[in-house]
Design a protein around this ligand. Structure first.
Ligand SMILES: C[S@@+](CC[C@H](N)C(=O)[O-])C[C@H]1O[C@@H](n2cnc3c(N)ncnc32)[C@H](O)[C@@H]1O
Length: 200
């Protein structure tokens, strides 16, 4: 399987993952608001929902959602980031795994999810050849009526139109397109896309 851009960066710079963890620890210590994505997802859900944090990194989003009372499973391909998530955000189930091979029932987690959140440009770090497969697997892990919130920036090698085509091909219909996690509408030329998609 083609290697993700994140894995390649970590191979080229062994300190890359630790630096990412420290950057977000520093921002949290400075009191920065790091929960914008989580608040949007929380607004989509009844209390006590099941959330999959896809490409969870050090647990910034899933940790907040667990604190809001949801049952969270986070999956990320980078073991350094998963170790940080376990240390900084105890509570959710944090798993090392490649989203292109995501199969949580096989890992003993059979219940589907009310929401999938994929924040922090994860989509643009995927190996391009795995994008469709990742989207199909995210869809498979959604409960009927479940929704995915996926956000990433423009100019990172994954044009928004291609992403929306891939999402439709994977059985995910765009319900709402935004240009920010704080609900500003999407318009052509926007430098960011937040797509809320449902199982079609
Ligand atoms: C910029 S980080 C964002 C982390 C987290 N979502 C956040 O917002 O803090 C991008 C993440 O995507 C993950 N990632 C990229 N490709 C992946 C894949 N194929 N499977 C699992 N995780 C992947 C990386 O390991 C990395 O943690």
């Amino acid at each position: 399987m083609e290697q993700s851009a994140w894995a390649r960066m970590s191979t080229e710079d062994p300190g890359h993952s630790a630096a990412y963890v420290e950057r977000f620890r520093r921002l949290a210590a400075q009191g920065m608001d790091l929960a914008g994505e989580a608040r949007l997802v929380d607004a989509m859900l009844p209390r006590g929902s099941r959330v999959l944090d896809a490409g969870c990194g050090p647990g910034r989003v899933g940790g907040w959602l667990a604190g809001a009372g949801h049952t969270v499973v986070g999956v990320d391909g980078d073991p350094v980031l998963i170790a940080a998530a376990e240390a900084d955000h105890p509570g959710p189930r944090w798993l090392v795994g490649d989203l292109a091979e995501l199969d949580l029932p096989a890992a003993g987690i059979p219940e589907p999810f009310d929401a999938v959140v994929c924040a922090g440009n994860v989509m643009t770090f995927l190996a391009p050849s795995t994008r469709g497969e990742v989207l199909r697997r995210l869809r498979t892990h959604l409960a009927p009526g479940g929704r995915a919130a996926i956000g990433f920036g423009a100019g990172r090698g994954y044009p928004f139109e291609d992403f929306l085509d891939d999402a439709r091909g994977a059985g995910l219909s765009p319900d709402v397109l935004l240009s920010t996690w704080d609900l500003r509408p999407y318009a052509p030329g926007a430098d960011f896309l937040v797509a809320v998609l449902s199982r079609s």
